[in-house]
Ligand binder design. Structure first.
Ligand code: COA
Length: 283
């Protein structure tokens, strides 16, 4: 989809970059010439991902184990990226925590665990990144990975919905506040993408077939499709896009449309139905 040097020499940090969608983005950024900082909790997972990415693309990859809930650890990640590469151009706030639970059964600690990972973690990383960018004279991109229920809300994932809604507000707020520093802040809202972590936590047995029926495109997303979108939003060609949240869900969240259930009808049955309605009142 893009020129091989789209992200040449850009230094991009990805939280949660060792697995799932974060890993897919990392692979693609590296293939397009970026240098990477992969940050998440488990060193061995990061080392494995970094080794495979280096082997495939020859990219330089720094691993930095951290918990995004620790602001000092996040600050140290920005510092070590600058020590190694001299600068940081992009930040992808991808690290997340989520699980299905009845909200009335959640402990305060459970709510905090998710909100502090998603909302506070994105805040800590974004501000640490911005301080660095502003100090060196400006120019950088932040990309927040959200979900479509950031605006619809969703039962059974209330801490995540609250936190992602907060990150959406942060995306739009910071896009305005930091535009003067040449920092763009955008977001991607994926629908369901079958990664191991998401499926294990959020897709109960038998639920996938049901979920699939509610996606107009008729399939789940492919991680590499999300990675392509991330590359576009991080690239210099997207310099005039900021404060935007791009949905990538095969039309899933729009299924609330009142008559959308009719898309399951074959054309002949739909025509017959509409003709009957047009003909006027039934006796
Ligand atoms: N249902 C209800 N409560 C849960 C839970 C679940 N499935 N999983 C964890 N919790 C609660 C714990 O019971 C604990 O609360 P308590 O102290 O009152 O008992 C609290 O959440 C913190 O859990 P802890 O085990 O200490 O984990 P953590 O803080 O390291 O974990 C999570 C953070 C909970 C978000 C964990 O799921 C995680 O690390 N996820 C990372 C990966 C991920 O979720 N990615 C998203 C893929 S879509």
């Amino acid at each position: 989809m893009f020129r091989d040097d789209l992200l040449r020499d850009k230094v991009i940090a990805i939280t949660g970059g060792g697995t799932g969608l974060g890993r897919s983005m990392a692979e693609r950024f590296a293939a397009l010439g970026a240098r990477l900082v992969l940050a998440s909790r488990r060193r061995e997972v990061l080392e494995r991902a970094a080794g495979e990415i280096r082997q495939r693309s020859g990219a330089e990859v720094l691993v930095h184990p951290l918990d995004v809930r620790d602001p000092q650890a996040v600050e140290a990640m920005v510092h070590s990226a600058c020590e190694r590469f001299g600068r940081l151009d992009g930040l992808v706030n991808n690290a997340a925590g989520n699980f299905l639970a009845r909200t009335e059964s959640l402990s305060a600690n459970a709510f905090d665990a998710v909100v502090r990972t998603v909302l506070h973690g994105s805040f800590y990383a974004s501000t640490a990144f911005a301080r660095h960018v502003i100090a060196r004279g400006g120019g950088g991109v932040i990309l927040n990975i959200l979900t479509t229920y950031a605006w619809t809300g969703s039962a059974f994932v209330v801490p995540s919905a609250c936190a992602k809604a907060g990150v959406l507000a942060m995306t739009r707020s910071l896009a305005v506040e930091w535009a003067r520093h040449g920092i763009r802040v955008n977001a991607i809202a994926p629908g369901p993408f079958p990664t191991e972590g998401a499926w294990q936590r959020l897709m109960p047995p038998g639920f996938a077939e049901q979920a699939l029926r509610r996606i107009p495109a008729g399939r789940f997303g492919r991680p590499e499709e999300l990675a392509e979108l991330a590359c576009f939003l991080l690239a210099d060609g997207a310099a005039y896009i900021t404060g935007e949240c791009v949905t990538i869900d095969g039309g899933r969240w729009l299924m609330a449309g009142e008559f959308n259930a009719l898309i399951g009808m074959d054309p002949a049955s739909a025509d017959a139905l509409f003709a009957m309605l047009r003909a006027g009142p039934r006796s």
